[in-house]
Design a protein around this ligand. Sequence first.
Ligand code: ZN
Length: 271
Amino acid sequence: MNFLDPLFQLKAIIALAVISAISLKFKLLDRDGVLASIPIGYVIITFGSLEYFVILLIFFSVSGAATKLRVKKLGANFLEKDWIRTWKNVLANGLAPALILLAGIAQNPSKLVIAAGYFGAVGTAFADTLATEIGLLYPRDPRLITSFKKVEKGTPGAVSPYGYLGGLAASASMCGLACAFKIGDPKILVAVFLASLVGMTIDSILGATIQAKYKCGICGKLTEKSRHCGQPASKVSGVKIINTHVVNLISTMIGATISVFIFTTLSYQTL
Ligand SMILES: [Zn+2]
């Protein structure tokens, strides 16, 4: 058990320290983001493996790079999204993968079931992030996933062909990573690919429906933030506690569940 191996613990601490320093240096995360990433990273290394941690790092680095490229192309004020990753982003995208590994100790299922859940959660987060970033480059207005009406870019639940291409690329990359880390069981690949796309779609549906949306009393803009122009904005729809981070957390949990479901269903059929 990794948990009881002092040498492994030392390796985990060194890995976390190095990554924290790099994240701060290159502003991949702010200070609180780094603090939140340490327990998440520790759980993933200890109860999963260093490989699992590397997969999450690749997700954070690629999505951070995609955001930086978009900000460079469109400007930081183009979209009122937090573009420096904070502790909220870390928990929104890292909590579900960490919980799956913790659940793995309690339930002791096969390693492949845990892999299906883990990759399904990270795949959903990755697909959703790349879909958002690449979707913003779409030259026309996106449409709301529920009503299919044209909406402003950055509206929660807005979808576009570019966004889906980004999601497809992310889902395929997760399958590539699974193969690279020798978890390339075809049933896992099918499960992760489909679950990431479905998870990303569920994220959009939750964004369009239950996510809280506000109207600024000063400038009149519709926003997903509870404050605007330095003042509290009034809620127009959705549930108050469900912001974009809570939507991410819910959809990554659902993505993991769908991935495990597809994997186990395919496994039964081949028995
Ligand atoms: Zn305003």
